[in-house]
Design a protein around this ligand. Structure first.
Ligand SMILES: C[S@@+](CC[C@H](N)C(=O)[O-])C[C@H]1O[C@@H](n2cnc3c(N)ncnc32)[C@H](O)[C@@H]1O
Length: 245
């Protein structure tokens, strides 16, 4: 249900942006601007669509690399933050409000690249989104995205015991102490994401699971979600690189 996701983001966007204080850059792992992954560095002159642009940090970074960027997001509050950021950085990103599962506002074959970071855990119908991404991409266009790795959230952050089932996919409800709305996200298995991409007409060129076995390579996140000892054991981010066939 997109409405409940939108409601959560409208209520939390300002607080989220204050706490996370993301750098301008593509935050592929949700932890820092990971340009060292060397994804999407060659975008100058390309038409680029960010699916779920949030506060605009990624869209603005690609505009600064010379891309013609459009960012779409559900949340009025997130888009307001993104527009302010784009103005501050003197970039010209086209921000639009909408749902990534219905890109009807864009013509077929409009973009060379579609991408996002840490959005698809909020999206139930990935197959619809991927079909739309394929439609708006030109033939040979790239589709690159990162999402939480489905294994990372299965372990208890303190004991590292596996507490949840990988096979329990779909809607996950996390009650919020200080809010009237629950946080609703969706767990997608690796196979489901891969098969939805192939079903939508993408060729999967590469998958990445960035990380290292050394806890010293990590820092704590603002909400205790980044646990260095656990991050050194399990991948927290899954990245797909596909091409519209
Ligand atoms: C964690 S933020 C990530 C934003 C950005 N990629 C970043 O790195 O900051 C997730 C964003 O996805 C947006 N979102 C969630 N579901 C969406 C949907 N179905 N359509 C469009 N945007 C969506 C939310 O409004 C939120 O701004």
């Amino acid at each position: 249900m997109t409405e409940e996701v939108k409601e959560w983001w409208e209520l939390t966007a300002r607080w989220f942006q204050d706490d996370i204080d993301l750098d301008v850059g593509v935050n592929w792992t949700g932890m820092s601007a990971d340009n060292d992954l060397r994804l999407l560095l060659d975008v100058a002159g390309k038409d680029v669509l960010e699916l779920g642009c949030g506060g605009g940090q990624c869209s603005v970074a690609l505009a600064e690399r010379g891309a013609n960027v459009t960012g779409i997001d559900l949340s009025t509050e997130q888009l307001a933050f993104a527009r302010d950021l784009s103005d501050e950085r003197d970039t010209d990103v086209a921000f639009r409000q909408g749902d990534v599962t219905d890109l009807g506002m864009f013509d077929d074959d409009s973009f060379d690249v579609a991408f996002n970071a840490y959005v698809f855990q909020w999206v139930e119908d990935l197959a619809a989104c991927f079909r739309e991404a394929h439609r708006v991409l030109r033939s040979g266009g790239r589709f690159v995205f990162s999402m939480p790795h489905p294994v990372y959230g299965l372990a208890d952050p303190e004991s590292h015991e596996i507490e949840e089932s990988y096979f329990d996919t779909g809607r996950q409800v996390t009650p919020q102490d200080d809010l009237d709305v629950d946080m609703v996200t969706y767990r997608h298995s690796v196979a489901d994401v891969h098969n939805a991409l192939v079903g939508a007409g993408f060729r999967v060129e590469r998958m990445l699971e960035p990380g290292s076995a050394d806890p010293d390579d990590y820092e704590e996140g603002p909400w205790g979600e980044h646990r260095p000892e656990l991050l050194a054991k399990l991948p927290s981010t899954l990245i797909f690189e596909g091409r519209a066939a």
